[in-house]
Design a protein around this ligand. Structure first.
Ligand code: FEO
Length: 440
């Protein structure tokens, strides 16, 4: 654990650090400076994330005996602040390397100007970032060729007495993402990983306010859809000696950084599987019903599905639920069925609300099915199926539509629908299409 904040250049020794008023670089570890920017006024990030007290765009400068490296830049609007901090500790002629852990514009907005000012620098990007770099810079035919190298796990760049080693960590949060480890000092420049949208000019995790909510919220929206990739990244990160984690957003994690690594593992580990046992498969049926017909279908589907041993079936009326806990359930389920009546040619809003909330979880390969009662047109079932296909779910049983009130024969068909869905879940035969609307 690092005992206290190093004194930033320009700050009085012993004075509390506040980068809202200190415009220079901040030395966070010997030879390593924070040269980022504060954005306290931001209230929405990437359209989907709320940012109650803004964010930071963290960028870093590493000084070695044979030159300087810049690790990430800032959003374009904050380039002046970034360059002022950089210029307070280095000249552009000293910069030999520009490492881009992630090419999203919040970290590459100052890149074109930095490349112009530091022509001796070479870019280091992950192998999957090449097309993004070209799309970002849009070089013209008569421009000089881009000076960049692609790097992967284990590759490194030497700055003389210090070494930057790369870890390939794709999809955290884009396919291009990587982390960069300063070997000699145990500092991990982690990109978006371990970041959060939390703007506090006191900079360090042991100095800022309580940012636990922001940390978990950020994980839930940025990392959660890629839990498998998080686990792969943790395999690379956990063996490292970690004195500090320096992410691109939010507090620098100098106090017990490994807590955050452990927390990522907890957040990425399925808890439902531990509670009900890995041997059971989980099917969840969600429905809304206008006159009780879709509800009766849901109950019959549940009855049929429950006949299959090894499948735990849950039934939820969306009228009595909240989206967020349902998303948690859905993430850990093996199969989902959605039931909706058709009203004005559409599925009903609570169904869409839930379906539109599922971008934060990975549903690829889960089984899906749709059903519903309708009055005259019955589009809802196929619309729900289209959405599930868009979420990369597999639909082993064709949607089941029933006109108005289900008869006993039709309820038998619902039970059969449930049986077939359960059978598909445990690897049995896939269902045939039953559509009473088409039967007339
Ligand atoms: Fe902070 Fe994915 O950019």
């Amino acid at each position: 654990m690092i005992a206290d904040s190093p004194t930033p250049r320009g700050a009085e020794p012993g004075q509390p650090l506040d980068v809202a008023t200190h415009r220079g670089a901040v030395e966070i570890s010997p030879g390593v400076h924070w040269i980022g920017a504060l954005d306290p006024g931001l209230r929405t990030f990437d359209i989907i994330l709320r940012t109650a007290n803004g964010t930071t765009y963290n960028a870093y400068l590493v000084r070695g005996s044979r030159g300087v490296a810049i690790v990430d830049t800032v959003k374009a609007e904050f380039a002046d602040e970034f360059f002022k901090r950089l210029e307070s500790v280095a000249s552009y002629g000293e910069i030999r390397a520009i490492v881009l852990n992630h090419l999203e514009p919040d970290h590459t907005g100052a890149l074109p100007e930095l490349m112009r000012r530091a022509p001796r620098a070479r870019l280091y990007i992950s192998t999957r970032a090449t097309s993004m770099l070209k799309a970002l810079l849009k070089p013209k035919e008569d421009d000089r060729p881009l000076a960049y190298d692609t790097v992967g796990t284990g590759d490194s760049v030497s700055l003389g007495d210090c070494t930057l080693r790369f870890l390939h960590t794709p999809f955290l949060h884009w396919p291009d993402t990587q982390c960069t480890y300063l070997v000699e000092q145990g500092v991990l420049f982690s990109g978006d990983v371990f970041g959060c949208h939390y703007c506090d000019s006191r900079l360090y995790n042991d100095r800022v306010g309580d940012f636990r909510f922001s940390f978990d919220y950020y994980y839930a929206h940025i990392m959660r859809p890629f839990k498998g990739h998080v686990m792969d990244a943790l395999k690379l990160i956990e063996p490292l000696r970690l004195n500090m984690i320096a992410p691109t957003h939010g507090p620098i994690l100098r106090d017990r950084p490994r807590r955050y690594v452990n927390h990522y593992r907890e957040l990425s580990t399925s808890s439902l599987a531990e509670r009900i046992g890995n041997e059971e498969r989980s099917l969840i049926i969600f429905y809304m019903s206008a006159y009780g017909s879709t509800a009766r279908m849901a109950e019959a589907i549940r009855a049929g599905a429950e006949e299959q041993s090894g499948v735990r079936v849950s039934l939820y009326d969306l009228e009595g639920g909240e989206t967020e806990p349902f998303v948690d359930l859905i993430e850990e389920a093996d199969a989902l069925a959605f039931g909706s009546p058709t009203i004005n040619g559409d599925a009903v809003k609570p169904v869409w609300d839930l379906l539109s909330s599922l971008a934060v979880v990975n549903l690829k390969g889960k089984l899906g099915a749709a059903f519903g009662s309708y009055g005259w047109s019955g589009e809802a079932v196929r619309m729900i199926e289209d959405r599930m296909r868009g979420l990369k779910m597999r639909l082993p049983v064709a949607g089941l539509r029933i006109k108005l009130i289900p008869t006993e024969e039709e309820l038998d068909a619902c039970r059969d629908f449930g049986r077939r869905l359960s059978a598909a879940l445990i690897g049995g035969e896939q269902g045939r299409v039953i559509d009473f609307a088409e039967l007339g």
